[in-house]
Design a protein around this ligand. Structure first.
Ligand SMILES: Nc1ncnc2c1ncn2[C@@H]1O[C@H](COP(=O)(O)OP(=O)(O)OP(=O)(O)O)[C@@H](O)[C@H]1O
Ligand SMILES: [Mg+2]
Length: 269
């Protein structure tokens, strides 16, 4: 190409990567105990970019866990389509890890054996397994407790061990279903800080459910507010804070955004 032409031609635009997860017009119903159809999700369309942190907020029983389980590939939608990296979910299996409200650890295994469990199944050699596990156990602040059994840990420590067990497998998406709901305020705050620290080192996409507006504003860049069942998206609220600003829960900006989300939630009642 002539150099004068090259100078005038616009810079090549690299195509925007597909969102990591995309839901298009998702609908989902269950068969209730009385045999009737229970519509739970209605026309949910949502795009979650790579390395984003998105919170799902909505009234109890509206369908949040159902939506998370659809994203994990545990359930199939009745209508609409879920995409993972631009491909229909199912064609491409998502690399997800799910953290539940109560830590899902094997009570008969030590912390290090719990964390190593998935790696062992993946066929990793013992030395590599041990090195990776030790690194993650340290990262979640459980160094010194490698030989402890879950019953010998506090609730927060158990949840950190469960987190290490998931993250050691390097998931692309971490799905969290009210993971810190059972923890006291201080332990919760430490978990929030831990998540920020972990995401600095190892970027991963986070989609989480919480009932706590403050927690949503702290952890999420985007809060998706859902209606009563059958859940539809009422609004998506962008949280324009850096991680440091997010942790400053006493700031005016924080209070404003919390109020905005509370008002939206009140409309769902
Ligand atoms: N397997 C199932 N079979 C039939 N109904 C179900 C099933 N799972 C969930 N439901 C119903 O679907 C609705 C949504 O449930 P879901 O667990 O997704 O709600 P949620 O928003 O996560 O609630 P919560 O905030 O209380 O955890 C509820 O009414 C529940 O009773
Ligand atoms: Mg739920």
């Amino acid at each position: 190409m002539r150099s004068d032409l090259r100078q005038n031609s616009p810079a090549p635009v690299s195509p925007k990567p597909a969102p990591l997860i995309r839901a298009e017009h998702i609908g989902k119903s269950y068969t209730a105990a009385d045999g009737n159809l229970l519509p739970v999700l209605q026309d949910i369309s949502l795009a979650i970019e790579q390395n984003a942190s998105v919170a799902l907020l909505g009234p109890s029983g509206c369908g949040k866990t159902t939506l998370l389980h659809l994203m994990a590939g545990f359930l199939q939608p009745d209508g609409g389509q879920l995409y993972y990296k631009g491909k229909p979910l199912g064609e491409l299996h998502p690399q997800t890890g799910v953290l539940f409200q109560s830590p899902t650890l094997f009570n008969w295994l030590t912390v290090e054996d719990n964390v190593a469990f998935g790696l062992k199944r993946a066929g990793l050699a013992k030395a590599e397994r041990q090195a990776r596990c030790a690194g993650f156990i340290r990262r979640v602040g459980l160094a010194g407790f490698e030989k402890a059994y879950p019953a010998q840990l506090s609730g927060g420590m158990q949840q950190r061990a469960a987190l290490a067990r998931i993250l050691v497998l390097e998931p692309e998406v971490l799905l969290l279903d009210e993971p810190f709901g059972a923890l006291d305020a201080m332990t919760r705050r430490n978990m929030h800080k831990l998540l920020f620290e972990l995401r600095k080192d190892i970027p991963f996409t986070t989609v989480f459910i919480t009932h706590d507006v403050e927690e949503a504003v702290i952890l999420a860049e985007r809060v998706v507010v859902l209606s009563q069942r059958p859940a539809r998206i009422i609004k998506e609220v962008t949280v324009p804070f850096t991680p440091e600003e997010s942790l400053d829960v006493d700031s005016h900006a924080f209070a404003d955004i919390k109020k905005q989300i509370r008002t939206l939630l009140e409309q769902t009642e």
